[in-house]
Structures are given as C-alpha cells and as structure tokens.
Design a protein around this ligand. Structure first.
Ligand code: ATR
Length: 267
C-alpha cells in the first residue's frame, strides 16, 4: 500500500471493534481495483458517536460504515437519511454528498445478494424467523425483490408489528413453521450464535428450498445442517456480510466490487 496526500480515508464505526472483518474486505477490494484509499476500524463508544460524526466531517472521511451499536443512533447526527434507511430504521453506511453527510443502508442488499446466489426471489414464498433489527433489513429486501413474506418470532406481537410496518403478508409464532410451506427461509434470531442450538424444531422444516442463516459463527449452524439434511440449499451468513460490504463499496465508488476477492478476505 502506497499512502500519499491524495489517499482517501474510509472506515467503520463500531463498539467493540476487535472482531470486524470489514477492514480486510474493503482494503482487499481497494487493492484489487487500484483505488487509492485506506479503510480502518474506529472503536467509537456510544457517548462519542456525535464526536465521531463531527470527526468524519472535519477530517474528510469519505465513506464510513456503521455497525453495532450505532446503526439506529446515528440517524440523528446526519444531514440526510435516504428513504431505504428510513424504512429499515437503521443506517450502515454514511457517504458525503457535497458537504452533506448522507446515511443509507445496504444490509438488505446483503441478504438479497446472499439468497440470490441460490435462487430468484420474485413471487417466492419466504419465511423470516425473528423480528429484530436484522429481520427489518431482510424483510425489506425480500419485499423489494417481490417475494411474499411471513414473519415468525418467539414474541409474535413483534412479528406482527414488523410485518404491518414493512408490508409482509403475515406473522406468527416460531411454531407456525410446521404448517407453513416456504421456498426461502431466513433465520435472523440470535439463536445459534456461538452455540449449537437451532431456533426451530428440525421436524418443522420443509423439504428443499433455500435456507440462509444470518448467524455466521459458526459458519455451518445447526439450522443449516438440519436444513441440508432435508434437501435444502443452504447459504452461510458470511455472504450477507460480504454482499453488504460489496454494496457499500459500489455506493461509494460507482465501480463493480470484486465479490470473490472480498469473500476471500472475509476469511
Ligand atoms: P438483531 O438486531 O441482531 O436482529 P435483536 O433486535 O436483539 O437483534 O433481535 C433478536 C431476535 O432474536 C428477536 O427476534 C428475538 O426474539 P424476541 O423478539 O422474542 O425477543 C430472537 N431471539 C433471541 N433469543 C431467542 C431465543 N432464545 N429463542 C427464540 N428467539 C430468540
């Protein structure tokens, strides 16, 4: 890497910062595309978010990714938030447009890109497990691509509120999976993160279809193994992280991002 006075500074604001793979993915893409930029991880505590945004302005940071726990709080500090990020209720990318800092969201493109490795989405019947922040981005993406969506959650009231808000067809509790056929199933609950648990009874899974787990550690979760045993094509959550980064890079540069390079850098 050759840093000069022209080198653009980009990065990610998150807390804690230790585990992020975003610098590896973005820097690998810059190298592959010969983009004169460097991407760093900024550990920003919640109380310092406003200062971090002011720092982005003052230092001329060109593209800032935003991760937990700042994705919702940052909306209040930006000059503009685009329609997509408003609908999802979260910003994962800040770009400069003239002097303005503009928030957008590419998490939905992460889910769509991951699923579209295996299937088209238009007119497909999708089920989303969970009703938190990740579910909002996933449901938005599925609706944007023309899928029919049902939201199932441990707390069904939250699933109903999310479904109403984002135009999903229906909602219910996790156990309803047993009676509901699907082409596409996406887990957005935290069940399976660092454990070998599944959010659903394996006997409630359908046969075949495409199953995506937003949980990416471990890469092959219990849900994905159960689904594979029932003939599903499975997609690891790492692809959601790769494709949301791909969309961030493309939004900033206007160039086509090198997906395989970024996936390899993710590790
Ligand atoms: P994120 O922003 O990653 O989506 P979140 O907003 O905290 O995280 O949402 C976590 C999701 O995992 C919720 O849908 C939650 O269900 P509830 O709405 O009922 O809390 C779900 N979840 C967490 N632990 C769970 C468990 N043990 N069993 C089933 N669902 C669980």
């Amino acid at each position: 890497m050759h840093i000069t006075a022209e080198t653009a500074l980009c990065g990610i604001a998150l807390h804690p910062a230790g585990h992020t793979r975003s610098p590896a993915m973005h820097n690998a893409a810059y190298a592959a595309l010969s983009i004169d930029a460097v991407y760093l991880a900024f550990d920003v505590r919640p109380a310092e978010l406003a200062d971090a945004v002011a720092g982005m302005r003052g230092l001329g940071i060109r593209q800032l990714s935003v991760s937990l726990p700042h994705k919702e709080a940052i909306l209040a500090h930006l000059d503009e938030v685009d329609e997509t990020a408003r609908r999802i209720g979260a910003v994962n990318t800040v770009l400069r447009r003239g002097d303005a800092l503009v928030g957008t969201n590419t998490d939905w493109l992460g889910a769509v890109g991951a699923l579209e490795r295996e299937t088209r989405l238009e007119d497909r019947q999708a089920i989303v497990l969970g009703a938190g922040g990740t579910a909002r981005a996933v449901v938005y993406g599925l609706r944007a691509r023309g899928a029919r969506v049902h939201v199932l959650n441990r707390t069904p009231e939250k699933a109903r509120a999310l479904a109403d808000d984002l135009g999903a067809e229906g909602a219910g509790g996790l156990e309803e999976l047993a009676d509901r056929p699907y082409d596409v199933l996406v887990n957005t609950t935290s069940v399976g993160l660092g454990s070998d648990a599944s959010p659903v009874d394996p006997d409630h899974l359908g046969r075949g279809g495409v199953v995506l787990d937003a949980v990416y550690e471990p890469e092959r979760t219990r849900l994905l193994r159960d689904a594979e045993a029932r003939g599903a094509r499975v997609v690891s959550g790492r692809w959601m992280l790769v494709y949301q980064a791909v969309a961030q890079l493309e939004a900033w540069t206007g160039q086509t991002a090198p997906v395989e390079v970024m996936a390899k850098a993710f590790g």
